[in-house]
Design a protein around this ligand. Structure first.
Ligand code: PXL
Length: 426
């Protein structure tokens, strides 16, 4: 995932490339940079800042890049200092974006109903033309109203509809109410509790995380969710008494960003819901937590990818979720009943947490976790069955001989076999 971030360097004040590079790198993207200007500080609230325009440097830089045959999966443009720079960015998109690459434009123009220092209406016109070439645009409500010529304060739904005439995927940020910060995008609205304080660079933190998610191939709804949660967390981690001009403490929110990307945050929510669902049935909760523990040991031992590891953990949390319903309906939670009753409950618990493909992948495992003859090559189901047995071996006092047979016939992973041997078969 190779990303080009086009933005200024504001030496002080935490914005632009000062946020884009660390955030994109933390997310595992190669982040090349094209600085549009060097400023002593950003332009929002500091007196006497310096501004070195790098427009003349850009054609020289890109001429050199052409000799290197560089191309990008994603090009992300942010603060541009002049109309000429807008034209140069259009040429960069044409010359350096891969055929299936994505062009993300954060049309940095202003905030709180006003344009930033140095910008005027003719610059808005130029930015509007750039938006027409973008795959995704990320205006805040101020920028959206300038781009659409709708009044500041127009309903975000209207802004979104108008923006769709410019770009198929507009994402309107900071559509705040008194208690919520909302992000409108064509598939829906992300509403999060409003963190107090308004800090410089919040939009850049959102745009950088959004771009990283696009580069990682996530659907737009997930990109909005990750970027929104990350930037809101960054705001909430910034002390209220901090000088707003020095920006948000996005550094402190990077571990959380990585948890969002790896699915750890989602797993926490799935686990909390499963615990709630089991209610006072403590032994079910103990069993689930133990299977989750063994599943994680196996995942580490077998060097699962982040995605596989997420799936295995989710399956471990939910594998027995059909038990309460089976007991209620049939007075009997045998394997077949659990396999039948589990998936609908799992689907309901996962409804707003995972996409359909992920949900169905998890439900497949839940629906087969007692059908040892049907494991086939399903790696996740295989590992879940092993983790489940590593717990049941003790809790159900399975005889040693049966475990030895089970190891022969069902266990496949080196880690699973190792733990079964070590714990029960010596
Ligand atoms: O965070 C947006 C931004 C980026 N770059 C510069 C800025 C601003 C906002 O004021 O001044 C130079």
């Amino acid at each position: 995932m190779r990303v080009l971030a086009i933005n200024d360097i504001s030496c002080v004040g935490r914005c632009s490339l000062g946020i884009a590079v660390p955030v994109l790198s933390a997310c595992g993207c190669v982040c090349d940079l094209l600085p549009t200007a060097v400023l002593s500080t950003h332009t929002g609230g500091f007196e006497g800042f310096t501004f070195l325009d790098l427009t003349d440097e850009i054609p020289k830089i890109t001429a050199h890049w052409k000799t290197l045959s560089i191309s990008y999966d994603v090009i992300y443009s942010g603060y541009l200092g002049s109309k000429r720079q807008v034209e140069l960015v259009k040429a960069i998109r044409r010359d350096f974006l891969k055929p299936n690459g994505k062009f993300v434009v954060d049309p940095v123009l202003g905030d709180h109903g006003k344009l930033y220092t140095n910008f005027d209406e003719s610059f808005v016109d130029a930015m509007r033309e750039l938006c027409k070439e973008a795959d995704h645009i990320l205006p805040n409500v101020t920028e959206a109203s300038y781009l659409t010529a709708l009044p500041y304060g127009a309903p975000p739904e209207r802004l979104l509809e108008e923006l769709k005439k410019l770009c198929p995927s507009p994402i309107v940020t900071s559509a705040d109410t008194e208690s919520e910060t909302r992000t409108f995008y064509p598939g829906g609205v992300l509403s999060l509790p409003l963190a107090p304080g308004i800090y410089h660079g919040t939009g850049d933190a959102f745009a950088s995380a959004f771009t990283a998610c696009i580069a990682r191939g996530l659907p737009v709804s997930d990109c909005v969710s990750v970027a929104g949660r990350f930037s809101t967390r960054a705001v909430s981690l910034t002390p209220l008494e901090a000088d707003k001009r020095y920006g948000i403490e996005f550094e402190a929110a990077i571990p959380y960003l990585l948890e969002l990307l790896s699915g750890k945050e989602t797993l926490r929510k799935i686990r909390a819901r499963a615990i709630d669902y089991f209610g006072s049935d403590v032994s079910r909760i103990h069993h689930m937590l133990k299977v989750l523990g063994f599943a994680q040991l196996i995942a580490e031992g077998e060097k699962l990818s982040e995605r596989e590891s997420f799936l295995l953990s989710a399956c471990a949390i939910l594998h027995d979720i059909g038990i309460p319903e089976s007991e209620k309906k049939y007075g009997n939670a045998n394997g077949k009943n659990q396999e039948k009753e589990g998936p609908p409950v799992a689907r309901a618990l996962l409804s707003d947490l995972t996409d359909e493909e992920t949900t169905e992948r998890i439900c497949r495992v839940v629906s087969l976790h007692h059908s040892y003859s049907k494991i086939g090559g399903d790696k996740i189901l295989q590992m879940l069955v092993e983790a489940d047995m590593l717990v049941n071996a003790r809790d159900e006092e399975i005889p040693r001989e049966s475990l030895a047979l089970f190891k022969e016939r069902v266990f496949r992973t080196e880690s699973g076999k190792k733990y079964l041997e070590k714990l029960y078969l010596v």
